[in-house]
Design a protein around this ligand. Structure first.
Ligand SMILES: Cc1cc2nc3c(=O)[nH]c(=O)nc-3n(C[C@H](O)[C@H](O)[C@H](O)COP(=O)(O)OP(=O)(O)OC[C@H]3O[C@@H](n4cnc5c(N)ncnc54)[C@H](O)[C@@H]3O)c2cc1C
Length: 375
């Protein structure tokens, strides 16, 4: 049964059918966090409803979808949805190149839409109900139950997980913490990878094109991607990077098939991230590394843990999920926040050049981006 074409399974219910529920958990957002939570909750026997405002799971993704090794190991997606990248080629402002290779650690580029649809089918296979075209409009925690308006329909649930992204409407509605600090990411997708070597993740460090962060290019299962992120208020110079990448890797402008962009929270965990029967997961909770801007791994890990904690609570008299999850909250540490602060300045190109040319800085970069790390 296909997630994107099966309107019967995923259409919103008309208001004429009245209220639905109570579900054990209503999950708002069918992204990485929401679908990981849904699979865990439904596998533990909970009545699980996932709603997403998009017309199709994984439509117009706001992510490059590159998985770090730990995220790949946690998901183990089908081969056709991922491509392993074992080496990083770092290009500094003067266009000199440094290379890293790690045999036991890799990145994985993905067909993101296909990956999210596969995750949705997994959650559905475990028993979760998934509805698209189903936006969360508002909700109230009445003590015993959450009542939420999903499109025109009233949905009742014992718990609500807000996995609805960086600008979470759930967080706003329930007066939970909001993300306030962001990077802006922009990416172009090509259907043909040209001469882009699929073994490499190409990283560009140059504050003329990506002040405060990096640019990147890589082959993925459907072609290739070229993107960058910048910190506000700088403008992303995607056209400059695109021209450079098209010339370097013989990518054809006519092969561009998709444009992606989105906000990446980089201020760390929001406070509070949970209140009463409502918990935030993934980007909604600010669970993104302030330094690497990677959020998929934490979204997957914390989503699964939240689903499991709810099963333990509702089925086995375990502690309230927010309490049980406190120890599992991702901690990004003073070093990562400090380096984020430094990157925000942003450093001038001569300093970036010095960093790219200095052995200790390259070793540090290798450790941050290319080794197993705690959450
Ligand atoms: C351009 C860009 C590139 C990135 N690249 C990477 C990368 O390569 N690797 C990495 O690890 N991280 C990357 N990140 C970060 C990563 O994408 C996020 O951390 C991750 O997707 C978070 O997953 P999530 O499930 O919390 O939220 P999202 O993936 O944002 O999912 C939220 C879902 O909620 C839905 N939603 C929103 N509002 C409502 C509503 N009112 N009602 C119902 N549904 C709603 C949305 O439609 C969406 O499907 C990138 C981010 C950006 C912007």
């Amino acid at each position: 049964m296909s997630i994107d074409s099966n309107t019967e399974a995923f259409a919103p219910v008309s208001p004429a059918t009245g209220a639905t529920g109570p579900h054990d958990v209503l999950i708002v957002g069918a992204g990485f966090a929401g679908l990981a939570a849904a699979k865990a909750a439904a596998s533990g026997g909970l009545r699980t409803l996932v709603v997403d405002s998009k017309p199709r799971i994984g439509a117009r993704p706001h992510t490059s979808g590159i998985l770090v090794e730990e995220a790949f190991q946690a998901l183990r997606p089908p081969d056709h949805l991922v491509r392993r990248v074992g080496k990083v080629r770092l290009t500094g402002p003067d266009r000199n190149i440094r290379e890293f290779e790690q045999t036991n650690y890799g990145f994985y580029t993905t067909d993101v839409t296909g990956l999210l649809q596969w995750m949705a089918r997994e959650a559905q296979g475990a028993g979760a109900e998934i509805r698209v075209n189903a936006p969360f409009a508002r909700g109230v925690d009445n003590g015993d139950l959450i009542e939420a308006l999903i499109g025109p329909q009233l949905v009742r649930a014992r718990f609500l997980f807000g996995a609805d992204g960086a600008k979470s409407p759930v967080a706003r509605n329930f007066k939970l913490g909001l993300n306030e600090k962001f990077l802006l990411g922009i990416e172009r997708e090509y259907s043909d990878p040209g001469r882009l070597d699929p073994d490499y993740l190409h990283v560009f460090l140059d504050n003329r094109i990506a002040p405060g962060y990096i640019g990147w290019a890589a082959a993925h299962p459907r072609g290739a991607q070229v993107g960058l992120a910048v910190n506000a208020p700088h403008r992303p110079r995607i056209e400059a990077l695109k021209s450079e990448a098209e010339a370097l890797f013989r990518l054809k402008p006519a092969d561009e098939y998709e444009r992606r962009s989105g906000l990446i929270p980089c201020g760390g965990l929001v406070h509070p991230w949970a209140k009463g029967r409502v918990l935030l997961l993934g980007d909604a909770a600010g669970m993104v590394s302030p330094l690497t801007a990677g959020g998929i791994r934490t979204a997957l890990d914390f989503g699964r843990l939240a689903g499991e904690a709810l099963v333990a609570h509702l089925r086995h008299n375990g502690p309230a999920p927010a309490l049980a999850l406190r120890k599992a909250l991702p901690r990004f540490g003073v070093l990562r926040h400090g380096l984020r602060w430094l990157a925000d300045l942003p450093p001038p190109n001569w300093l970036l050049q010095m960093a790219v040319s200095s052995a200790p800085a390259v070793t540090a970069a290798r450790r941050i981006f290319f080794s197993r790390r705690p959450r």
